[in-house]
Structures are given as structure tokens and as C-alpha cells.
Design a protein around this ligand. Structure first.
Ligand code: PMP
Length: 351
């Protein structure tokens, strides 16, 4: 740690969900990945892009990808930014869109990478506890003059959602930058993207990792006023999205048929998982994402997580307050859900 600066020494590490080396031996329901493979069209496009052209740098501005997304969403490409996963976009936000002496705020519980990034950029932040039932009261972010507020909508790890009408009414009174992380929005809709035309202090992020089954490709988008987008372009790495990722992400946007088919399948699997968890006696939080936060009165969530792991089923257990009472289960294939529920049922019989 000899060369670590004081910020680095003082920050906590982001702990991602486990990605075991022998991943195929596991049923993996711990990182909200999509259980269905990427579309064949996407895979074909990426394969085609694996050619001698790789000796060239990629398009540093991701023009085609931004154009495709802009066209589909009634935006102009100058309002769209492409990043190496939405995680990179959050890094850039903390690097360039808040002053060093500014204060950020986000709900608790939420995506813990926000804490890590605030810490790594030495930005002060506060966490506003969600209310009972994991309801998010945006009014609480008006109690002080925060320079930036980040909410995930739907939220991770709760799956809870707030309507864009509430976001609008918040923006009518909020003067700082509001970032709405829509990594999970595609599963049930309700995006705030259209508000970006009206509010120059709103930035919405999107991810290809969940709804497009492309977590491994690392592509995310940001939508905001063009001045914000220009700022992000200014501080990004020169070639932040590689050429395979740009080609694959654009192909994913264009293959609406596979996208919609997979979303529908995911939704019906989620309904099935909800019913089965209810039958098994779980208490669960209503979710608009591809995962469920649930707990069982007969067994601690940590014990359940460990017992499932022994049998090579991974779900997510967080050690932090409030959510340590729960496990977060990503919606898998029907077979995965059936195996999970059969195992839970036999675990419960033994306690
Ligand atoms: N936002 C939220 C709320 C998430 O849960 C995740 C996934 N861990 C991300 C963003 C990251 O998305 P990406 O893969 O696009 O970086």
C-alpha cells in the first residue's frame, strides 16, 4: 500500500457478487444477469466484427450506437453518451459533474457502487434511509441542498420503483443534478428519459447488461442535456467502448423481437418465482426488476444463502444493516427456479 494516496487508503472496496471460476457448475442467481443468452443476431454481428479491422481504434464517439438509440427514443444523438457499462458512466459523473466540496446523496439501501465511487473521488455523500416497505420518499432529498442525487429506478437490491410523475415533481423543486439509474427499467417500463428534454439537471443511465443479456460486453448509455453529454465526452477515456461492444450493442437495440421475447419470458418466470416463494412462506418486496428481495421467518437469510451455496446455487446475501435480513434472488430459467425452490423446500423441512 506504499503508493496509495490517502483517498485510496480511506475508501472501501466495492464487492461484486461472486463469479466462481467453475461457473457452469452453479445455478447463478446472485448478480441479476439475464438467464437467457444474447440474441443470435447480436452474436452474429459481434462475430462478423472479429476481423482485421480490429487493428484500428474504435469510433471514439460511438456514433452509430448513439444514433440507433436516439432514433428509437425520439432523442438527438447529442443527448446520448455511450460508456463501458453504466458503471463507467457513474465513475465519470463523480469525476466531472460535482465539485470537490459538493455533497451527493442517495437512498439506502441502494447500489453500493455509488458509495465506492463517491469515496474514490473524495466526494462527501449522505445516505437517506428508505421508509418502511422500502418506499423511497424523494422529498427527503430536498431537506438539504444536495449537489447531486442518485437513485436507481427500479432500485437495487429492493426492486422497488417510483413513477416518473414523482420524479417530475421532484425536479420542479430540485436545483442539483438528479441521476436516475435505469439499469433495470426495461423489464416493466416507466422510464424518465422523456423528462431529459424538459430538465437540464436530469441524467438517465441505461445498461445492456440486464435486459439485453450482455453483461459481459460492458455497454451502458447516458441520456441528458447536450452540455452534460459534452462534459462526459471530455473526461472519458479516449476509446472507452471497444468496437465489438459498439457493434453488439447496436445490434441488440435493433433486434426488438428477441428483446421482447426474452423480457416476456423473464416476466413470466418472475411471476412463477413469486408464487413459489409465497407458497414456501417467504415475505418478499414487490419488485419491478429481474430479482426479488425476500426473507423467511424460519431461517436466517445468511444460513439460507450458505445452505444454497453448499448445493451450488448462488443467491446474494448482503452483510449490511436492514438488507442482511434478506436474500436477493435473480430470476433464472424455469429449470433453475424449480431447482432453487425444491432445494429451499427441503432446507426448510430440516430447520
Ligand atoms: N446500476 C445498478 C442499479 C446495478 O444493479 C448494476 C449492476 N450491478 C449496474 C448499474 C451496473 O450496470 P453495468 O453492467 O451497465 O455497468
Amino acid at each position: 500500500m506504499k503508493f496509495w494516496n490517502s483517498t485510496l487508503k480511506g475508501m472501501e472496496e466495492y464487492i461484486p457478487g461472486e463469479q466462481p471460476a467453475n461457473i457452469d457448475e452453479y445455478i447463478k442467481l446472485n448478480t441479476n444477469e439475464n438467464p437467457f443468452p444474447p440474441s443470435e443476431k447480436v452474436l452474429g454481428t459481434i462475430r462478423e466484427a472479429v476481423n482485421a479491422g480490429l487493428r484500428r481504434y474504435p469510433d471514439s464517439l460511438c456514433i452509430r450506437l448513439r444514433q440507433v438509440f436516439a432514433e428509437q427514443n425520439n432523442l438527438s444523438p447529442e443527448n446520448v453518451f455511450a460508456g463501458n457499462g453504466s458503471d463507467e458512466i457513474f465513475t465519470l459523473i463523480f469525476r466531472g459533474l460535482i465539485e470537490k466540496d459538493g455533497t451527493a446523496a442517495f437512498p439506502y439501501p441502494s447500489y453500493s457502487l455509488y458509495d465506492t465511487l463517491a469515496q474514490s473521488n473524495a466526494i462527501k455523500y449522505e445516505k437517506i434511509k428508505m421508509e418502511s416497505g422500502f418506499n423511497l420518499n424523494l422529498e427527503r432529498f430536498l431537506d438539504k441542498k444536495y449537489d447531486m442525487v442518485i437513485i436507481a429506478n427500479p432500485n437495487n437490491p429492493t426492486g422497488t420503483f417510483i413513477e416518473s410523475g414523482m420524479i417530475r415533481s421532484f425536479l420542479d423543486r430540485f436545483k442539483g443534478l438528479l441521476v436516475v439509474d435505469e439499469a433495470y427499467i426495461d423489464f416493466y417500463g416507466g422510464s424518465a428519459i422523456e423528462l431529459t428534454g424538459e430538465y437540464d439537471n436530469l441524467l438517465v443511465t441505461r445498461s445492456f447488461s440486464k435486459s439485453c443479456s450482455l453483461a459481459g460486453l460492458r455497454v451502458g448509455l447516458a441520456v441528458a442535456h447536450r452540455d452534460i453529454i459534452r462534459g462526459l465526452v471530455k473526461i472519458k477515456d479516449s476509446y472507452n467502448v471497444d468496437s465489438l461492444a459498439q457493434a453488439g450493442a447496436a445490434a441488440a437495440l435493433l433486434d426488438r423481437k428477441t428483446f421482447e421475447y426474452n423480457i416476456n419470458m423473464l416476466r413470466s418466470n418472475k411471476e412463477y418465482l413469486e408464487e413459489r416463494l409465497d407458497d414456501l412462506g417467504f415475505e418478499r418486496v414487490p419488485s419491478r426488476a429481474n430479482f426479488l428481495l425476500a426473507r423467511h421467518p424460519q431461517i436466517s437469510s445468511e444460513e439460507l444463502y450458505l445452505k444454497l451455496k453448499e448445493e451450488r446455487i448462488l443467491v446474494r446475501h448482503f452483510k449490511e444493516p436492514v438488507i442482511s435480513d434478506y436474500v436477493r434472488i435473480s430470476v433464472g430459467t424455469m429449470m433453475e427456479i424449480k431447482k432453487l425452490c425444491a432445494l429451499i423446500s427441503s432446507i426448510l423441512e430440516g430447520v
